[in-house]
Design a protein around this ligand. Sequence first.
Ligand code: GDP
Ligand code: MN
Length: 388
Amino acid sequence: MRLFEHEGKQVLQRFGIKTPVGCIATTSQEVKEATAALGKPVVIKSQVLSGGRGKAGGIKFAANPEEAKAASEELLGKFIKGEVVKRLLIEEQLTIAKEFYMGFTIDSVAAEPIFLMSPEGGIDIEEINKLAPQKVGRRLIDMAEGFSSYMVREMGAEIGIKGKDLVILGDTAYKLYRAFLDYDALIAEINPLVLTNVGEMLAADAKFELDDDAAARHPEFTIEGRIEGETDLEKRARQQGIRYLELDGNIGIAGNGAGLMMTTVDVVEKYGGRAANFVDAGGARAVPGSGEAAIDWWDSVIQIVLANPKVKVFFFNLHGGNHRGDEVAQGIIRALKKSKRHIPVVIRLSGTRQEEGRAILTRHGYNSFASLDEAAKAAAHLAQGVND
Ligand code: GDP
Ligand code: MN
């Protein structure tokens, strides 16, 4: 999960890293008032999640409230790299003496955090790397030893940073490392880290990417408003803790486990069918183990799948170990009863309590398969027969 710049800057402030004075605005009138309140020339920054806003025209400078209002009218509602601008960060302009790059991320090869620093800030780290690789300092961080600001001092000689700058950079790096760890970040980056003409060090930008698997530890940042192009059904599923993704076919699939569902998508395709969705009913939250809660859970998963109007055939595939066939069967029946759709249903059920489960299905008039191959073939065949 990416943080917006203004959120990232709040994190930095919490760890004692200075950021320019500023505030968030959503209308041009607010921008005008904010600029008047600052009483200084301002920079107006589009709050979008993609980087490189500067180059894409998402950052404007203004000398007074009137100019700021006009500039913000150009930004609000505009698309920057496919994202619509809804909020602006209004900040005092800095007088830049030097721009540094500083960041922590995870080196996937070494499986350790890595610290990167450069005196050539203000452009992307990839670009700095191309233009002046000798100006990018790198240090892997041994988690047992931790990060120490001596690494920054050591790096200075290699990349051409000296004196007082190194001391203040060391201090900032240590604070950024604490933020990186505390927020379970995959990326914590300040670019540019600005040294002003009066010798103050401020983060002019902030980029944080947090580990989604640790989202529960940081409830102040929700995923809402960060996902572009999410469908209404995908959103509804996510809010129920179900990982659901719409695909372009017409066979609605459900069952247990992300792996089995990927297999289901493939096997259906092998027989000429196309899945309408992927769903991981295991999802982000723990699936109720058994009993009424488990039946309800399957009911709600299946209802999501059936709510997609593109679905013309429903294919349920269970290969149950943890899930009891009889309860899954009851969940299927419950969901199908509630659904107003009258579409062909194909069920494959195997594993724990399969006989009981299949008997329940038969009693309600649904045939079921034990073999995935045969079931997938049947689903694909039925889907070819429907006119959409
Ligand atoms: P990005 O393009 O999305 O990375 O946005 P940044 O926040 O990094 O801003 C892009 C560039 O605008 C920076 O590298 C700076 O050179 C410049 N910039 C940003 N804020 C200020 C400011 O307050 N004063 C001045 N003079 N330049 C700024
Ligand atoms: Mn930047």
